[in-house]
Design a binder for this molecule. Sequence first.
Ligand code: DHB
Length: 318
Amino acid sequence: MSGIEAGYIGNAAGVLDTTKFELENLARSQANFIVTKSMTIEPRKGNPEPRLKTWGFSSTNSNGLANLGVDAYCVIIPEIESKYDTIVVPSISTSDNVELSVIDQYKLMVSKLEAIGVKRIQFNTSCPNLPGKPMIGNSPETLDDMFKEARPSNIPFSVKVQPYNTDPILFKQVVETMLKYKPAEIVAINSIPLSMFIDTSTMRKTLRPNNGWGGYGGAGILPIATGEVNRWYREIQRRELPTKVIGCGGVYDLDSALQHHMAGAYALEIGTWFLQEGTGVFAQLKRARDAWLADRGYDISDIIGIAERNPEVSEIVT
Ligand code: DHB
């Protein structure tokens, strides 16, 4: 298996995908592809706990890139891909505590991962949890250098992007920069940064690191995610590029998954729902979506971006 196909469903990077045990658990599930926790050159213990809070259909996290380091994943990924019929996509990020520049860190990880034969690589440009470090996705110049110097030469790559909904000018610059390098996929979106959940019974913040701020995911971010999926989809369509959008953010049931597809998502990633309910969510969503499509005589490709092609607005009052 080497590609990501229409309708594929995988895990969102960073959710139960750090250890070999967790990755194998995903490999045994009905997920069509697996994304690893964002890795760095050196192993990282990450931020002090508590660094993850879940409630309702929601979560905040400030893990601080806790991961095993690229060399460990260079052993684990081939083991899993040889044992299971799946594709493991390494997500790569950068550390603040190594000597190498951001670009050189990406270059080194890409060369190590290409050498062990991974099928594609995901650049995480949107980690919100390194205090004092700007998100790479905020800097079109850094992004340009990163893609110019570090993109893999022989395999496709994808980019995990932050929500750009508050800054249309930055969005346009980032679109120009990223699409120039023809990523196979744009994964939209990462969690919403600087979010907070307070436990009113103790009157305390629930995350210890970074003053209690973390990345927010779950059902509540669906409209932001579909808005961003749709913006990327339009930019890609306008340029007639083969890049696909992978929808990530707020996928919590059939309807939210369909909304992503109709906004333009070719494939989906599930984060908080998977975190809260485990690997069964992949099979559950596939079954529900297959039944919905079959009932209407549609193929998945019929509904990808259909809301974009449909000029009418739904005026049914709810
Ligand atoms: C972390 C969180 C993210 O949303 C991300 O993209 C990368 C890393 C983290 O805190 O570990």
